[in-house]
Write a protein that binds this ligand. Sequence first.
Ligand SMILES: Nc1ncnc2c1ncn2[C@@H]1O[C@H](COP(=O)(O)OP(=O)(O)OP(=O)(O)O)[C@@H](O)[C@H]1O
Ligand SMILES: [Mg+2]
Length: 345
Amino acid sequence: MAYLEIKGATKSFGNFTALNGVDVSVERGEFFTLLGPSGCGKTTLLRAIAGFNDLTSGDITVDGADLRRVPPHQRDIGMVFQDYAVFPHLSVFDNVAFGLKPRKVPAAEIRTRVAAALAAVHLEKLADRLPAAMSGGQQQRIGLARAMVINPRLLLMDEPLSNLDAKLRIELREEIRDIQKQVGIATIYVTHDQEEALAISDRICVMSAGHIEQIGTPQQIYGNPQTRFVAEFVGTLNRLAPGAATDTLVAGLGVKNAALWAIRPERLALAAPGEAGVAGTVTRYTYLGREAHVHVETAVGNLAVQVANPGMAAVSAVGDAVTLRLDPASLLAFDADGKRIGAEP
Ligand SMILES: Nc1ncnc2c1ncn2[C@@H]1O[C@H](COP(=O)(O)OP(=O)(O)OP(=O)(O)O)[C@@H](O)[C@H]1O
Ligand SMILES: [Mg+2]
C-alpha cells in the first residue's frame, strides 16, 4: 500500500461533478504534481486531502489511517498557497512559529525548529524582520518554512509560484525541489504550468474535467502520452491535416482507426539541399538564440519545426522553399476517442 492512497474520490457541488472517481497513490517522500487546466479539480482534490472540503464519496488514507475521520486541524498537513498568507504584523520568526504554539511545543524546541526551518529556506538572517518589506519570493519561503516546521505528514502546495515573475519562479522551483528532497516529506504540488510540472516532479498526474488522464514520470508524460489531451497539454503538438497527403505519408505504418496524426516540433528538422522529405514554404521564422521556431506550410498541414542551435547561418526567411525531414515512425496516432494508438503501456 502506498503512503497516501486516494480511491474513487468524487466531489459534487449541487449537480456539478468537480471530481469524478479519482484514484491516486503517492509514495513516501515522493514529489507528486497535479497538472491540468483551470477548473479541472486540482484545488478541490487538495482541499479534500487537507479537510477543508469533504468528499461526496471516496477514501483517503495516509499510512493506512483513514484521513476523512480526522478533523482538519489534526491532520498534520502543511499547506502553501498561491497568495503568501503571511501575517504582516508578525516577524518572520513568529510567522514560522505560528503553527507550533497551539501544538503546545516547548519554547526552546520552538526556537530550534523554527531556526532549522528558516535555514532550510535560506531566511535565517532575516528572522527578526517584518515580512511587509520582503519580496514575493521571500514571503513564499516564509510560507514554506511555516508549512514544514510542524513536521507534517504531507505537504500540499497550490500554485505557490504563480504570483512570482518568470525568473524567480524558475529559481524558487529548483529550491523547492531541493528542500523537498532534503526533508523527504511526501508532497502534492498543484500547477497548470506544464514546464514547471516537468521540472519539479517525481511523477505527474494530468487531470481534465474532474478525471485523471494519465499518471507517470515527466519522461512518460511527455514522451509516451496515452491520450491526445495529455499530448496537447504537455508540450506542443503539430496536428497533420487529414487528406490524401497524410494518408500517403502514414500508409507504410499499418495503423488502422487513426482519427488524428500528430508530431512534436523537435521531431521535425529542415532537410539538407537535395534530401528527400516533405516540401513546404516557410510562413514564419522566430529566432530565439539557442533555438528557432520555423513554421512551414506543407501538403500535410502547417507544421512548427524546432531547430536547435540555429547559429548565424541557418536563417530561413518567410517565403523560402524548404524540405522537412519527417520520419513517419515519430508520428503519434490517436483514435476518435482521443486514445493514443500504439502507446507503450
Ligand atoms: N464551492 C464550490 N461550489 C461550486 N463549485 C465549485 C466550488 N469549488 C469549486 N467548484 C468548481 O469545481 C471545479 C473545479 O474547481 P477547482 O478549484 O478544483 O479547479 P482548479 O483545477 O483548481 O482550477 P484553477 O487552475 O483555476 O485553480 C470548477 O468548475 C469550480 O468552479
Ligand atoms: Mg486551483
